[in-house]
Write a protein that binds this ligand. Structure first.
Ligand SMILES: Nc1ncnc2c1ncn2[C@@H]1O[C@H](COP(=O)(O)OP(=O)(O)OP(=O)(O)O)[C@@H](O)[C@H]1O
Ligand SMILES: [Mg+2]
Length: 242
């Protein structure tokens, strides 16, 4: 579904990804694990068209997306739940959700209502708080809004950048329950997570990143058995470097 080949990208003249290749099959969940600064967000943001490509190629459903603008990438069905949620604090839950569908100007009000009903069914808590300003929600509720907003765009490929960041353990469990539900519905997902244990439990395939490169990849069962990955779980940063 998504194919990335020799991707280099970065900020200004400074290259952050040094030739990343990755494939995501439709209907699978792929996770990227790696230490702080490894380039996980840069990769997700490059796929989303937010960080410029220096060289290499990306294609989605057979179509070259390397030089597409972010808005056009969303239109194709690649939708991101960004690191740190990035909600519009003064707007309500419902207004934030509607912004997710806004790209698709041609979408009828009835279709938006149908998608909203789907999001409220997935997150009943948001239905209760539809009129509340996003800034006043708990961290877990904000993450629900961020995920709901992405789902309002009806993604084919959902990119999730650290959905568990800063959340209490019980709330993290709920986020992963939701991801499991979406996976059960057949949603294709690229999941960036520092909680490697949980990410490997839900994903089919994993890539390990260090300093802008893929340093290991494989089916999650094999990756869990990899002692280097086990050491990385325990926080021994740098086992894949040097
Ligand atoms: N906006 C930016 N401008 C310049 N450099 C950046 C920018 N964002 C990230 N970088 C650099 O790119 C590299 C990769 O950062 P990135 O945010 O992709 O890592 P990450 O794996 O997502 O880390 P984390 O786990 O902390 O979220 C780092 O060296 C970082 O300093
Ligand atoms: Mg990041």
């Amino acid at each position: 579904m998504l194919s990335i080949d020799g991707l280099r990208s970065g900020y200004g003249k400074s290259e952050a990804l040094h030739g990343v290749s990755m494939d995501i099959e439709a209907g699978t969940v792929v996770t990227i694990i790696g230490a702080n600064g490894a380039g996980k967000s840069t990769l997700v943001n490059t796929v989303s068209g937010l960080v410029p490509v220096m060289s290499g190629r990306m294609s989605f459903e057979g179509r070259d997306i390397t030089d597409l603008a972010a808005a056009d990438i969303v239109d194709l069905g690649i939708v991101q739940v960004p690191e740190g949620r990035k909600l519009f604090g003064p707007l309500t839950v419902e207004e934030n959700l509607e912004l997710g569908a806004y790209r698709s100007r041609s979408v009828k009000a009835s279709e938006i209502a149908r998608r909203r009903a789907f999001v409220f069914e997935l997150f009943p808590r948001l239905a209760e708080r539809a009129g509340q300003r996003a800034a006043t929600l708990s961290g877990g509720e904000q993450q629900m809004v961020a995920m709901g907003r992405a789902l309002m765009a009806q993604p084919k490929l959902l990119l999730l950048d650290e959905p568990s960041l800063g959340l209490a353990p019980i709330v993290v469990d709920r986020v992963f329950d939701t991801l499991a539900k979406l996976k059960g519905d057949g949603m294709t997902m690229l999941l960036v997570e520092q909680r490697a244990d949980m990410a490997l439990a839900i994903a089919d395939f994993a890539y390990v990143m260090a300093t802008g490169r893929i340093v290991a990849n494989g089916p999650t069962d094999a990756m869990r058995a990899d002692t280097r990955v086990q050491q990385a779980y325990l926080g021994e940063a740098g086992v894949f470097e040097g």
